[in-house]
Design a protein around this ligand. Structure first.
Ligand code: HEM
Length: 437
């Protein structure tokens, strides 16, 4: 007979709140060592079961995904911002949305996007001077935002991307633990909530203006087969509402830039603090006369994969059981919140030797086969896998390669890679690196 799931809770009302609050990332690394791969965590207002095991993640995302759905709480928390975009919808609405959005990610489209990725990365690095100290997180955010705005919306306008960046920061702040607990409803007029509301309004204005321009066929916007035009045609054919068009565009704008910026920041930060690995990547990216999307860059790709292992931007996934399930001998009732923690699994010595060390060679093809498939899942898995996975990996390799073809980025005494437990594990402050030629 199945038993009850073990718990990490130590205090009657607070449960595990003190340990989680003190250092959530450490908690996620340590809890499976003490309690095994399946355990319950309670903090005031929230209780969930964690599956810190690669095979159980595969079960929830792939094999028995019929018993698990996206946690409706994500829709409650993010609904006002993302509406029925792909991240927050489910069922028929999600399926229809995925059909409308998918064409923007067909392999043929990526070729065209690659040119934008190369050109924007070159422009970024040209603005740096020898010896200058840069906040690589700020620079990476500007870069990925301008790439997603150009490729998905056809937006060049610096002012518009500036407004989007400001709104994105206000939104990220609202979900930082130092701001307010996520449970506090939006109508509570805290400063973070007010800024969040204003940010949504500003984003809506920008997206509305872009849509109006595209609808009126403004020549400067051209006739591009990008996401915006695909959605507008679906709207004209009556298969999608204006609100759905808006939700898809806002989702893509936000999901498409912050995660990639974080991955780029940690990749460059880890390389700068591991000079031997940096030398290998620099030598590789400077060898070809020209950089194209197809240039083989195995060291660069491995460094990016290893950065996504150590700092997975989406560091846990949220699901809810729709039926009871028995996992690892425990009964998990229907309507249970389940967390699938990339952070715990990617950093577990069950799957990786010396798991906290930065070692890109782990991703050599022959070594990958030693691990279960879901020992590594920075982009999730199953039918809800990240739609932008190939876009992001292409963007990362072209950006890292373009940057390191021109400059070496070196660590300074202030370089720190400390994550914040917000919606993503963005760095908790500037990540300073020195530009060398
Ligand atoms: C390194 C960069 C990225 C990471 C680590 C990442 C991670 C993820 C993860 C883990 C999920 C699954 C969430 C879940 O199952 O609950 C997801 C979904 C999604 N991602 Fe990404 N993502 C990245 C880049 C992008 C980009 C560049 C775009 C768009 C241009 C994008 C758009 C989306 C969308 C729309 C979804 C929802 C898909 C669906 O449910 O159908 N992501 N992402």
């Amino acid at each position: 007979m199945a038993g009850n799931v073990p718990t990490t809770d130590r205090l009657p009302l607070l449960g595990s709140a003190l340990e989680v609050r003190r250092d959530p990332f450490r908690f996620m690394e340590e809890a499976p060592k003490t309690h095994g791969p399946v355990f319950r965590v309670s903090i005031p207002g929230l209780s969930f079961v964690c599956y810190a095991d690669a095979d159980l993640v595969e079960r929830a995302l792939v094999d028995r995904s019929d018993r698990y759905r996206k946690d409706p709480r994500e829709r409650d928390v993010l609904g006002e911002l993302l509406g029925d975009g792909l991240l927050t919808s489910h069922g028929d609405t999600w399926e229809r949305g995925r059909e409308h959005v998918q064409p923007a990610f067909y392999p043929g489209r990526l070729e065209a996007y690659a040119q934008v990725m190369l050109e924007r990365s070159r422009r970024l690095v040209e603005g740096w001077t020898d010896g200058e100290r840069i906040d690589v997180h700020e620079a990476a955010t500007r870069l990925t935002l301008s790439i997603v705005a150009k490729t998905m919306f056809g937006v060049d306008d610096v002012e518009e991307t500036g407004v989007i960046a400001g709104a994105a920061t206000a939104i990220a702040r609202r979900f930082e633990p130092s701001s307010v607990p996520m449970e506090l409803p939006l109508w509570v007029p805290t400063p973070a909530n007010r800024r969040y509301r204003r940010a949504i309004g500003e984003l809506d204005d920008v997206v509305g203006a872009i849509l109006r321009r595209r609808r009126s066929g403004d020549a400067s916007d051209g006739d591009r087969p990008d996401l915006c035009s695909a959605l507008l045609s679906a709207g004209e054919a009556g298969s999608i509402t204006d609100r759905e068009v808006r939700d898809h565009l806002v989702t893509m704008l936000l999901a498409g830039h912050e995660t990639t910026a974080i991955a780029l920041t940690y990749t460059l930060g880890l390389l700068a603090t591991h000079p031997d690995e940096l030398d290998r990547v620099v030598a590789e990216v400077r060898e070809p006369a020209e950089l194209t999307p197809g240039t083989a860059l195995p060291h660069t790709d491995r460094a990016i994969s290893e950065a996504l292992r150590l700092y997975p931007p989406a560091y846990m996934l949220h699901r809810r059981t729709v039926e009871p399930d028995t996992v690892a001998g425990y009964e998990v009732p229907a309507d249970t919140r389940v967390v699938l923690p990339q952070w715990s699994i990617h950093r577990s010595d069950r799957y990786y030797d010396d798991p906290l060390a930065f070692r890109p060679e782990r991703f050599e093809p022959e070594r990958r086969e030693d691990r279960p498939a879901f020992a590594y899942f920075p982009f999730g898995g199953g039918e809800r896998q990240c739609i932008g996975r190939r876009f992001a990996l292409l963007e990362l390799r072209l950006a890292v390669a373009t940057i390191l073809r021109s400059v070496r980025l070196e660590a300074t005494p202030e370089t720190e890679l400390t994550p914040t437990p917000a919606l993503t594990c963005r760095p908790d402050g500037p990540v300073w690196l020195r530009v060398g030629r």
